[in-house]
Design a protein around this ligand. Structure first.
Ligand SMILES: Cc1cc2nc3c(=O)[nH]c(=O)nc-3n(C[C@H](O)[C@H](O)[C@H](O)COP(=O)(O)OP(=O)(O)OC[C@H]3O[C@@H](n4cnc5c(N)ncnc54)[C@H](O)[C@@H]3O)c2cc1C
Length: 443
């Protein structure tokens, strides 16, 4: 069947398996080989081809049991196919929230670990690996190893961020964080340009959450015009009286769903410009506000199937990180190229990462920019102009978002790629676990 990631680009003909338990999974792994490798798939929220293998895509969605929860410490043991959305539904009413969360809750725990996802609190709490106590990993020979940061540090380091290329994660033990309410106290800073946006991050290093929405069509003196949103989990005492009665429960919200694929012409520079202007003027009025967890962390989840607005050809994400000392120049160059091309994105996001040193995870100290573009020839051409800017500024790319990078560009921008690929060969992983992405990137 034809499968894709969240961007619906590329679409790849794949054999899809649905093992229900570790025995069935072992059969698939031990039968795989260099001619017919397999790759694990979670909920398909990586944008490109990371969770696609033509000869064997292994959906982990049936392995979705929560196994144990310690209500004193907030430590949860669960199978890899459990959705983050289900973790929140089960434990937020009891006062626990994920320590690290990406911008959608429709991801599996296995997918979060494999991409070593980051949230708006990376500068404080690091990436997903910070909350992983251990994980069980099926290796190329079908054996299962318990992987921990202390006892198997190398395998832990390569698996968190290893994009499923070291084995299949069966179950994990993760720490949740205590919260008193399901509300975030949000402070919005109106930054008229890129310098002001970066200054807002640097001036607020202690804010637990920080993220900037960038109007990437703004030009000239307004280049990088942003709204920087800082957030803290609200305590019970801080909540206004009307929210204090049921602090861990959200008022019911209507769900919207996009069921049809939009024609490509619906999305053009004018609709993007109008959206950006509206969003900017609407949001800048709310300087200090209480925002429910769903709207703060997962605004896109409010519209199910939003990936269809980009039309039949789908869309691509571009996410890079630039080292701190090159970020200002590099971001200015990237944004200038994007605004000049007029191919603005609805969802341009800037974040500040804290320090991280890891085998193959994406984050490193600096600024990360994420944008999406329809997969048109003009936008794909724009990406080929953005890539060298990232390379020239010492940056690298996020594989969970990538669909187009070349093996050469990856090697050029990420000095760890060759070592990661060599170790995979030496450990017998390369002959068993491979995705369309890892084949393209020669990992
Ligand atoms: C709207 C949106 C917002 C996002 N925001 C962020 C963000 O803020 N920060 C961020 O870091 N990411 C973000 N992402 C990306 C997303 O968090 C990651 O791509 C995540 O890996 C998706 O999880 P999944 O379960 O859908 O995995 P899939 O997309 O199915 O797979 C992703 C990778 O994980 C591997 N994998 C999945 N399950 C297993 C397993 N059990 N064992 C071994 N490997 C496995 C796959 O092989 C693949 O390489 C966002 C995605 C969307 C759609």
């Amino acid at each position: 069947m034809k499968l894709s990631g969240w961007g619906r680009y590329p679409q790849v003909e794949c054999t899809l398996h649905h093992p229900r338990d570790a025995h069935a999974l072992r059969d698939l792994v031990t039968q795989a080989g260099a001619e017919a490798p397999v790759i694990a798939r979670g909920n398909g929220r990586a944008y490109g081809d990371a969770a696609l293998a033509p000869t064997g895509t292994v959906s982990m969605c049936a392995m979705d049991q929560m196994i144990h929860f310690d209500a004193q410490t907030g430590v949860l043991q669960a199978q890899a196919g459990v959705l983050l959305a289900d973790v929140i539904s089960a434990f937020l009413p009891r006062g626990w929230f994920p320590m690290v969360t990406p911008g959608t809750r429709f991801v599996t725990l296995g997918g979060m670990a494999a991409a070593d996802v980051h949230g708006k609190n990376h500068h404080i709490d690091g990436s997903f690996r910070s909350c992983v106590v251990w994980l069980d990993l099926m290796r190329p020979d079908g054996s299962t190893v318990r992987v921990t940061p202390d006892k198997t540090p190398d395998l832990f380091d390569r698996t968190l961020g290893g994009m499923g290329l070291t084995g299949v994660i069966l179950q994990l033990c993760i720490r949740l964080t205590r919260v008193e309410t399901g509300w975030i106290h949000q402070h919005t800073i109106d930054a008229p340009n890129l310098d002001a946006a970066m200054a807002a991050f640097e001036d607020n290093p202690d804010a637990t959450y920080s993220v900037a929405w960038i109007d990437c069509l703004a030009k000239g003196a307004a280049l990088g015009r942003s709204l920087v949103m800082l957030g803290e989990h609200a305590t019970l005492a801080q909540l206004p009286a009307n929210l204090r009665r049921r602090p861990l429960q959200l008022p019911p919200k209507p769900r919207k769903a996009i069921r049809m694929t939009f024609p490509m012409c619906a999305l053009n520079r004018w609709s993007v410009k109008a959206f950006n202007a509206l969003y900017y003027w609407k949001s800048r009025r709310k300087t200090n506000s209480f925002v429910d967890w769903e709207s703060y962390f997962y605004p896109l989840d409010a519209v199910l199937g939003w990936n269809r607005i980009y039309g039949r050809k789908g869309f691509v994400q571009f996410q890079c990180v630039l080292p701190l000392d090159r970020s200002a120049d590099g971001m200015r160059a990237l944004l200038s190229e994007i605004s000049a091309a007029g191919q603005g994105s609805f969802l341009a996001v800037l974040k500040r990462f804290g320090a991280q040193d890891s085998a193959f995870s994406f984050p490193t100290e600096g600024y990360t920019l994420a944008l999406d573009f329809p997969a048109t020839p003009a936008c794909l051409a724009l990406l080929t102009r953005l890539e060298p800017i990232v390379a020239d500024h010492g940056g690298r790319f996020y594989l969970a978002k990538d669909a187009v990078l070349s093996a050469q560009r990856l090697r050029e921008t990420d000095g760890r790629a060759k070592g990661f690929a060599d170790t995979r060969l030496a450990q017998g992983e390369a002959g068993v676990f491979s995705s369309a992405q890892s084949a393209r990137l020669k990992l």
